[in-house]
Structures are given as C-alpha cells and as structure tokens.
Design a protein around this ligand. Structure first.
Ligand SMILES: [Zn+2]
Ligand SMILES: [Zn+2]
Length: 646
C-alpha cells in the first residue's frame, strides 16, 4: 500500500500501482469524469500513470490552468498527426501548450501552408479526435529513439534526443501517431470537441536566427463548441482593441524601418499623453517624498561589470560603443539602477537622511530578437517610470507600504480594479541560489507579506520566484477582456548596495549597508500605454485623453462663434480642437466618434443666438444645450471623480 496526500491534506491509502484516475474515482464519479491531468510530487503525470510511492497528488480538470495545458498540448499531437497525413514528408519539431492554446513548429520543406489551408487541417484533426484514441506513454532507449527519427530523416528530433539522458526518454502514442514527449496528456482524444487553427508564423529552430526557419502553427481547442465560439468573439474584440491598430488610428505612435525596428516614435498626441502620465506620477511621487534625478543614456562598460548586468546580459545584448581615440567602451543603458547607485554614492549619508528616493523617467535599451518585437509591448528602447529607494532594514516595511499605496493610486486613477499581487519568495530548499544573509531575507520577505496584508491586497505567495538578489511583489492586471498583464514590480535588493559599496552611518556611528527597493508602477511608459489602449479600447479616462472636446461648426457662417467657443474652452483648460473642414456635421461627428473624442460641441444658428453650445457625448448621448461654464463644470466633476489627489 502507498499513502497519497491530496491538496486538502487528506491522506488516502491505496494499492501500489493505483492511477490518478482511480484515485479520482474513489473520490467521486463526477471528478473521475472530469479529471484530465494530474501532478504527482511536482511532476506532471498522465491520469493513467501508476503511482508507486507515497506522495502528494493534485488532480486537474479543464477548469484548472494545468488541465488546460494538458488539453492543449494533447491537441498539438492531434494537429501534428493531421499535418503529417495531409503533408507527407514534413518534419515535426516541438508542440507545447501556451497561455492560450498551443503551437507546433514544423519544417514543411518545399511545401508551405497558409491560413487558407486551416479548414482542411482542422477537419482532419477533428476526425482524428473523434476516434477517441487513448494517449499511451512508453519508455524507449536512447538508441531506439534515435534510430526511429533517423529513419524518418528528422534531424530536429534527433538533436533533441541527443541532449536527453538514456533512461529518461519517452514516446507518446495515440492512433497511428507517435511523438517524442515528456508527457502531460489528457486520457483520450475524444474529449477534444472543437479545434481552431489561429495563425502561422515563422520561428527559428531553437529560437536561434542562425538556424532553419520553421513554420509555427498556432491553434486552440475546447471541450465544447460553445466555448470556442465565445473565445473567437473575444479574439474579435481583442483585434479591435489591438494597441497597434488603435495607436495608428489615434495617431499616438509609429515605427520607421529607417529609424530601426523596436524603436517607437511618439507622435504629438502620444507624446502629450505620455507627458500627462508622467506629470500625474511626478505629482504623486513628489508628495511621497521622491526626488527626481536625470542620468545619461549610456554608461561605461565597467559600470555594468560592477552591477553584474554585463556578466548576465552583456553577450546577448547591444554591443559596446567605442570612442574613436581613447578606446573607452560604453554600453547603452539597460537599467537605471547602477546610475542611481552612483548618485547615492556621491554623498555621505547618515541614518537620519534615509530613506533616499531617487526617481527618473529613464530610457533604457535592451536587445530583443526581431521576431520577438511586438508593437509597444516588446521594444528595444523604452522608458521606465523608475525609482530606487535606499533605506535601512527597519524602514523597509513602511517604505514597501508606501510603494504599494502609490501603485494602488496609479491603478485606481486609471480605471484598473481587477488585479492580483504575487509575493515572490526564496526556494528554501535551494539557499545557494540567493545572495545576502538569511536574516535579511527573512526580514525582507516578512516585510513584503506584512505590507501586502496590511494593505488588504489580494495576493499569492510563490516560493522560488524571488530574484537571486531579493524578494519581490508583482502586480498582475486583468484587462477588460480578462487577459492577464504583468505590470510593474517592487523588488528588494541586497546585491547592488553591496556591489556598489553603498553605506550610511548608523546611530551607533558604525557604517551600515542600506537596502535598495526598485519600483516602477507603470513598468514602462510603452507597455503601460499599450495596456491602457487595449483595456479602454482607446476611451481613456477624461483626465488623460489627448483631445477632450471637438468644436463642430454647422457651417462656415458659424466659424467665428466656434472659435470664440474654442477660446473659452481653452481658458477653462479643456483640451479642444475645432473641425473647420467643409464637411457635413454628420460626417464630422462620425469621424470624431472614431477618434474617441469624449465630447462633440456643435455650434450653429441657435447656439450662437443664445450664446450656448450643444453637447454630444462619445457614443451618442445628447447632453443638450449648455453654456461653456456649465460644460466646464461637468468636465471638472467627471475628472475629479476618477482622479483623486494622492
Ligand atoms: Zn505530448
Ligand atoms: Zn532598478
């Protein structure tokens, strides 16, 4: 007999060789019907894997992330089989599950596929799925595995197998199909009721540009057709909200191949938007005791050797810039922290001076492969709303709480109310992975947990997710479509203060090392604006939106009055434009709607006579006729309802 511990702590004594499926059955028939994957002692197993030792077992259904992962990965096998049957001679490489669905990387050789081919592939894959084939894992020797794929001439699988250790290699069979696979499958293909291929893209073998370019086929699958339909509707909506599309329509930013890929160019509307976001944060930061600093875009290579960034990222990033004569080497700044450490170092501090809080909207440059670049979310140059706080260990708890307050203020002012926080702590079983002493780590982790607790955050603790230099708190945002975005983090750091030999004089007159907090509530301006665009669909909060109102004269005759109205709006600090084109008001309204301008101000005969304006809201609501003062009050009230002061 063996002892199986379930997540609720219950222990079941079962016969050696019992499968996760049987354990599910012994709990309830309902669970047994729905269980599609399992984890045993932190390893993903099949529901049919015999359990032979004591251990802890978690059972997963479609409602669990792990269940979905098994479902989607299992579908990738089915799609691969369909592809092999439809395109004989192709070479399969890898087919993992991803956040939403799965992909399979395939070398199609001389053949090629496009979206036109999707329906026939989906049809084939569904046919296979309906066959209700069981997934069977089997161990193979390295020799056997190699000769299987050598015979097929699949050099990719051969390369994968060569890097595996004999005795650990498994194949997965279903129907007539076999794949090299570590496991993690649903019981059988019959559970897959809906399969949709979503896109094809190029992908280098092993992500290396020097290797062959493969075709990556993306897809998703569901246990119910209805769920697929809902998902596709969501995708449609996401397409409409794609920040790259909205960024163009709202004239916020652009890219130029001449300037270089991954380097956003902010247009006047976008620059003004950024400026407002910066002013908003600067104002709050000033109240929170931050001081602004400015540092250059490059730094000596030595600076990053000292910080450790060069050892970690130097080889795979932008290469050093050299001076023509002195043979000095500089790097594009990948992080602002080393510069801020040197600012701290420029002045001797005593414990009474701490905390020091240095903030900078610092632009940094990081190399990303061209295939990884994506709109404003994956770029090569971006501006962090960065700050570094240098404090004593005793101050850590309060400082952390202050940073949480500031982050919550930022999120609330921008209409994000659905978020969770993750506290990332050490892996206690691998203490060697971390620097700094245990005492400090304990204090820091406790400080973060206490702060999260005291601030009433909805948080989870993830062990083993801390950075090697300290624990951290990450904010995960759910946007309007329920998608997760990772935003800024708050990190505690013992490493850099040591590397830069930062000190302060304590009350005991001895020199001590400060603790450093890195934080960026937005993460980066680029990523944040992208998130805001996708979350709001371009309907930014009124305080932030570039143009708040547009004046639409009914005809040329009313231009003079329209200008007077504009002037008066500007005097009330309302950001407004005038549309003087010789077009109908109807057309002007439609275009203003597309530009997501919150208020349309129509002026004609009647308005001019009564010295009023007719106001129409974005979306169509008629606010009737008002005078400019009353309209301005309305705008102010609305702004104050979302933008409280910090
Ligand atoms: Zn598999
Ligand atoms: Zn930093």
């Amino acid at each position: 007999m063996i002892k199986i511990t379930l997540p609720d702590g219950a222990v079941k004594e079962v016969e050696k060789g019992t499968t996760p499926f049987s354990v599910a059955q012994s709990i309830s028939e309902g669970l047994a019907r729905n269980v599609i994957s399992a984890k045993f002692n932190d390893t993903t197993v099949e529901t049919t894997t015999p359990l032979t030792t004591d251990g802890s077992l978690t059972l997963y259904t479609w409602n669990d992330d792990e269940g979905k992962k098994a479902f989607w990965h299992s579908t990738s096998h089915v799609v691969a089989q369909a592809l092999e049957e439809l395109y004989p001679g192709i070479k399969l490489t890898i087919g993992p599950a991803i956040e939403n669905g799965f992909y399979y990387d395939v070398d199609f050789g001389e053949q090629g596929i496009s979206e036109k081919d999707f329906p026939s592939i989906e049809k084939k894959a569904l046919e296979i799925a309906r066959g209700k084939h069981d997934y069977h894992m089997r161990s193979v020797s390295k020799q056997e595995a190699l000769s299987y794929y050598k015979e097929q001439g699949n050099e990719y699988k051969v390369e994968l197998i060569e890097n595996l250790e004999d005795g650990t290699i498994t194949f997965c069979d279903h129907s007539t199909f076999t794949d090299l696979c570590r496991g993690g499958h649903i019981p059988n293909t019959g559970i897959i009721k809906a399969i949709k291929l979503l896109s094809v893209a190029g992908a280098y073998w092993r992500g290396d540009e020097k290797n062959t370019q493969l075709t990556r086929v993306y897809g998703i699958s569901f246990p119910k057709q209805k769920e697929l339909t809902e998902y596709l509707q969501l995708l449609e909506e996401a397409k409409k909200r794609d920040h790259r599309k909205l960024g163009k329509e709202l004239e916020l930013f652009t890219f130029s191949q001449k300037v270089g890929q991954g380097l956003p160019l902010w247009l006047p509307n976008g620059a003004a938007l950024r400026e407002r976001l910066e002013q908003f944060l600067k104002k709050a930061q000033k109240k929170a005791g931050y001081e602004m600093v400015v540092t250059p875009h490059i730094g000596q290579k030595e600076l990053y050797v000292t910080s450790g960034h060069y050892a970690k990222y130097g080889e795979d990033s932008f290469q050093p810039i050299r001076t023509p004569k002195e043979d000095e080497e500089f790097l594009l700044k990948p992080m602002n922290c080393p510069h801020h450490c040197e600012i701290y170092n420029s002045h001797p501090f005593s414990y009474k001076d701490l905390p020091k809080r240095y903030a900078e909207f610092g632009t940094v440059y990081r190399y990303e492969q061209s295939g990884e670049l994506h709109g404003l979310t994956r770029v090569r140059g971006f501006t962090q709303d960065d700050a570094h706080i240098f404090c004593t260990t005793e101050q850590l708890n309060d400082e952390f709480k202050n940073v949480i307050d500031l982050t919550l203020y930022v999120l609330n002012s921008l209409g994000f109310d659905n978020f969770t926080a993750q506290v990332s702590v050490r892996d206690l079983e691998n203490p060697d992975k971390y620097i700094g002493n245990t005492d400090d780590w304990e204090k820091a982790e406790q400080a973060i947990i206490n702060a999260a607790e005291e601030k009433g955050l909805n948080y989870v603790i993830e062990s083993g997710e801390a950075a090697f230099y300290g624990p951290k708190l990450d904010f995960m945002i759910k946007d309007a479509l329920g998608r997760n975005w990772q935003l800024g983090t708050i990190q505690v750091d013992y490493n850099l203060p040591k590397r830069f030999d930062l000190t302060y004089k304590g009350s005991d007159n001895e020199m001590h090392r400060p603790v450093m907090i890195h934080r960026a509530p937005f993460g980066s301006m680029e990523r944040f604006v992208a998130l805001l665009l996708e979350h709001t669909g371009g309907n930014f909060p009124l305080w932030l939106i570039p143009i708040q109102a547009i004046v639409l004269p009914v005809s040329e005759k009313h231009e003079k009055y329209a200008e007077k109205v504009l002037n008066s709006l500007e005097n009330h600090e309302i950001r407004a434009l005038i549309d003087k084109r010789n077009e109908t008001v109807g057309k002007k309204i439609r275009e203003a709607e597309l530009k997501k301008i919150p208020f349309m101000i129509i002026v004609g005969e009647q308005e001019e006579e009564s010295a009023t304006i007719s106001v129409r809201r974005h979306g169509g609501e008629d606010l009737g006729s008002l005078n400019v003062d009353a309209f301005s009050d309305l705008v102010t009230t609305e702004i104050n309802s979302t933008l409280k002061s910090f």
